[in-house]
Write a protein that binds this ligand. Sequence first.
Ligand code: FAD
Ligand code: N01
Length: 554
Amino acid sequence: MPNGMNAQGGACGAAAAEVDVVIVGAGFSGMYMLHRLRGLGMSVVVFEAGADVGGTWYWNRYPGARCDIESMQYSFSFSDALQQEWRWSELYAAQPEILRYAGHVADRLDLRRDIRFSTRVTALRFDEAVGRWQVRTDRGATVSARFCIMATGCLSTARVPDFPGRERFAGETYHTGAWPHARVDFSGKRVGVIGTGSSAIQAIPEIAGEAAHLFVFQRTPNFSVPSRNQPMPPEHERGWKANYAERRRRAQQVRNAIFLHLNDKSALAATEEERHAEYEARWQAGGLPFMAAFNDLIFNKGSNDTAAAFVRSKIRALVRDPAVAERLTPKDYPIGTKRLCVDNGYFETFNRPNVTLVDLRETPLETITSDGLRTSAAHYRLDSIVFATGFDAMTGTLLGIDITGRDGRTLRDAWADGPCTFLGLTIAGFPNLFTITGPGSPSVISNMMVSIEQHVDWITDCLAHLRARGVTTIEPTSPAQDAWTAHVAEAGAKTLYPLANSWYTGANIPGKPRVVLPYLGGFPLYRQQCDAVAAGGYAEFRMQTSHEAAAARL
Ligand code: FAD
Ligand code: N01
């Protein structure tokens, strides 16, 4: 245990334990960060609200939960031994298997001994006098850390909208992002799912197979492509394992950091037949590479329309009742600007006699009642309600912690009009604080494992640089941060993403500032810029040694 801390990181009232680094969160980000910092010989403690490692895959245990990036890629690359020894059973692993993988990594690297589980960080305060963060937890502990690294996740604050009457419902309620550990049995039950995002689209076919009747309450229909998931073909696994280094390297050259074949041509430069053939081939192959059918689908509305029209025709072909098919067909935003869903029989589920689609745009939700849900047209009696209503994404978890930086300024205040960061990694006025996959980084539009590794490696190099030069505080300058924030906005504006009401732009939360949250300039350009900052000696940052800090306080 670092510096003699007790199991909770110091008891309430006791002198604050001191560590070099506090990491908040033990998902894949926090786990890899801990591993790298051990390599630097730093004392580290990790606080994790959950009872074990895994983050997303610890919390999202809903039926059907699985990754939408092939598991051979949605996995760590930093250890060849690890990627060679682990065996995925399917092309797209399901949540229990990904959670086992996280546990395996924790065991192999002996991570748990530095992680304080079931402990939520509630407040961080930068103490300028000593240049350290005071970290408080819900267990009453206070820990003093030179550096604080937020590995708190982009999609880790589950959100249930303020539906009228919610508290009156007498049946069971669930949120996909905070699913119980014990198996939930829907057999014989009338179940309502609210929402039709990625989580719902995975859960709906599974719940429909079990429930007596499933009512799907949809506000906005979603584009989805089939995954074509299957047991891992041995030759596919062999191909990856023999070529891992090369494929991982090539993935980093692709905008979304996925190893795939990008057809480097505009959809509008192809003939109707060529376009159809390309979309059909990708539809048959399945998965997110559908969006790489042409190189301008997220930039050019005319090109995007061709892909959207193709998927609409597929929905109409898959769903037998034309009226239901029409309701399931997205019409008012470009494909890919809400996350493209990857499904296992989603549209076909609406052909089942025990599934009813309720369109909340035609008949708005009026209230939840003690035994169901009422729309403007009908009352639906329900035993259980599943809220598949998403997350306060990218900023919600950080702003849920009471973070106070230099001059007593809070993060909530600093981000009142939307997040401002430098590289999505650091924040002016919040020295020695790093965010892994923070707003302003590619994170959620990329293969997250690639982004996580790149962020963690960058932070590790930065901390090594500081140590080698005796620097004790670092923070980005305001001009550097302003320039980056403007660059993130410009990169977003060049795409079609602002045309959708999605969590990428904060539109899913009433009152949330409407800004493009992730960096949409693509992973390769992002990486280049991060590398240039490091190669330039971190010139965009203000750095102080302890002597300089002491002199500045005189
Ligand atoms: P998380 O896994 O979210 O971990 C953050 C951890 O921080 C959590 O365990 C949380 O409990 C903890 N925490 C937060 N606040 C505090 C606090 N105040 N105190 C203590 N602990 C705290 N990405 C992909 O690239 N491909 C996919 O296929 C994919 N599928 C997904 C499926 C689902 C259902 C969801 C919700 C997301 C998916 N993602 C996917 C995104 C996914 O979040 C990332 O891939 C990745 O798992 C994030 O890891 P992380 O460690 O950064 O964050
Ligand atoms: O959440 P979402 P999610 N009344 O925000 C609806 C990742 N992920 O949990 O579109 C009625 O996408 C909302 O409707 P609308 C992935 O990055 C990946 O599904 O706002 N409905 C929408 O239909 C994903 O993008 C996988 O009109 C309301 C739904 O709830 C992210 O996590 C699987 C409502 C929310 O959809 C989040 O996905 C799961 C209201 N007041 C998640 N408020 C993979 O496949 C919200 N909704 C890997």
